[in-house]
Structures are given as structure tokens and as C-alpha cells.
Design a protein around this ligand. Structure first.
Ligand code: AP5
Length: 222
């Protein structure tokens, strides 16, 4: 299956995408994670992306598409992928259509996580990520056993550079202005676009997403 997990910053795409990837046995292609890894390694791509990310702006399409092409070419993605945080512009959506078409594949579903802005701001101000193993916590909703220490590997938990309130507000604006319109492309081209309330406990949201995908699969088979 090829599934797009769509939603504003902090909607839970990473959290739900990881669970869904495990459930479906396919990789999650998360452009934000790929960019942060490039930043961490200090690659030229990471250097190029840094100023955009810190300002809450979108990284240029050509940079993103190069990364996605490479990830899709991998052996692991042969059976499909969960796209998290991608596509974010119409140009990215059209390029993904072309890439998948060339592989004889298509988007099976677009799952949209809907979360109110005030919840998003609270979630992102409380997010902490392990500097060792990248596990994600939330000081309000899913705190570690010991403050600032990862339960899994003992690494130090840190806030993301773009999770300060000013940048979060800008990321939300960018989402409304540049990314949300991408949904019209999927509706226009007849791909299933399914909206799921994301402001529920993590397991409930996961069940709703899995049920939505089951319904899509049943329709495809029928
Ligand atoms: P990216 O990393 O994609 O960030 P984002 O879309 O802003 O999404 P987030 O990672 O902030 O949130 P999420 O929806 O994954 O939520 P999460 O599960 O972590 O992009 C960062 C930047 O990179 C962009 O601003 C841009 O500059 C660049 N970029 C990336 N992709 C690009 C592209 N395609 N084109 C151009 N530029 C691109 O959850 C958030 C918090 O809430 C966590 O603490 C979690 O524990 C908690 N939480 C999750 N679910 C729940 C729940 N149900 N209840 C309570 N708490 C919850």
C-alpha cells in the first residue's frame, strides 16, 4: 500500500506513522526526519535545509524530491510506503504521482489527521526527542519516567529547534497556505481522502486509521 499521512505540524503524523508502518510492514518515509538526519550529519543538503527549517518555511521541492526518490528506490519500499510530511506542495504531489506511476503504483489513500490549533501548540511545546535513539515523548501526554532522560536508551531528551511558539505559528500558516490545498489535488484525481480526528488518545487514533485503511482495501477488492 502507498499511504499519505497528512496533517498540520504536531497532528501526530510521526507517532501514528510509526505504528502504521509496523502494522503494515512497510517503511515510513518522513521527509522531516530525513532532513534532520542530514542536518545532524552536516551534509551539504542539511546545510541547505537548515535556514528554512529554523524559520518554519518549506525546503525547496528539488531537495525534497531527491530524498524521496532515493527512499522509494530502496528494497524496503518495494511493497509500498507511508509518506509522512510529504507531499507538502502541489509540485511535490504531482512529482510523487509520476514517480509511483513509473513503478506501476499509485496512492491508495490519503489519511488526514485533524487537530485544533490550540492542541497543536501545547503538543509541540511539550514534545521532547531523545538525542540518542530519536524516541519521541511529551511532557504533558507521554512523559518519560525520569525528566529529560530517555526510558529506552538513557539518552538526553531535547526540544526540537523549530518547536518554539513563534516558529510553530509560522509552520501552521505555511500548512494552511501551501500544504492544505494539496488535498484538492487528491480529491480531483479520485484518490480516497479520509479525515480522522487526531485529538484522541494515540491507540484510538491508530484504530481509526487502521479501520479507514481496511475500508479502502475492501472497496478495492470488491
Ligand atoms: P516535519 O518534521 O515533517 O514536521 P511537521 O509536519 O511540522 O510535523 P511534526 O513532526 O512537528 O509533527 P507530527 O505530526 O509528526 O507529530 P508527532 O507525532 O511528532 O517537518 C519539519 C520541517 O522540515 C518543516 O517545517 C520544513 O521546513 C521541512 N520539511 C519537511 N518535509 C518537507 C517537505 N515535504 N517539503 C518541504 N519542507 C519540508 O507528535 C507531536 C507531539 O504530540 C509529540 O510529543 C507526541 O508525543 C504528541 N502526540 C502525538 N499524538 C498524540 C495524541 N494523540 N495525544 C497526545 N499527544 C500526542
Amino acid at each position: 500500500m502507498n499511504v499519505i499521512l497528512f496533517g498540520p505540524p504536531g497532528a501526530g503524523k510521526g507517532t501514528q506513522g510509526a505504528l502504521l508502518a509496523e502494522r503494515l510492514g512497510i517503511p515510513r518515509i518522513a521527509t522531516g526526519d530525513l532532513l534532520r538526519e542530514a542536518l545532524r550529519q552536516g551534509t551539504p543538503l542539511g546545510q541547505q535545509a537548515r535556514t528554512y527549517m529554523e524559520a518554519g518555511e518549506l525546503v525547496p521541492d528539488d531537495v525534497i524530491l531527491g530524498m524521496v526518490r532515493e527512499a522509494l528506490d530502496s528494497e524496503a519500499a518495494r511493497g509500498g510506503a507511508i509518506f509522512d510530511g510529504f507531499p507538502r506542495t502541489l509540485a511535490q504531489a504531482e512529482a510523487l504521482d509520476d514517480l509511483l506511476r513509473a513503478m506501476g503504483r499509485d496512492i491508495d489513500a490519503v489519511l488526514v489527521l485533524e487537530v485544533p490549533d490550540d492542541v497543536i501548540v501545547k503538543r509541540l511545546s511539550g514534545r521532547r526527542t531523545c538525542s540518542g535513539c530519536s524516541a519521541v515523548y511529551n511532557i504533558y501526554y507521554d512523559p518519560p519516567r525520569t525528566a529529560d532522560v530517555c526510558d529506552r536508551c538513557g539518552g538526553v531528551l531535547v526540544a526540537r529547534a523549530d518547536d518554539n511558539e513563534e516558529t510553530v505559528r509560522r509552520r501552521l500558516e505555511v500548512f494552511r497556505e501551501q500544504t492544505e490545498p494539496v488535498l484538492a489535488h487528491y480529491q480531483r484525481t479520485g484518490r480516497p481522502v479520509i479525515r480522522v480526528p487526531g485529538d484522541r488518545p494515540v491507540p484510538e487514533v491508530q484504530d481509526a486509521l487502521a479501520n479507514a485503511l481496511d475500508a479502502v482495501s475492501r472497496k478495492t477488492v470488491a
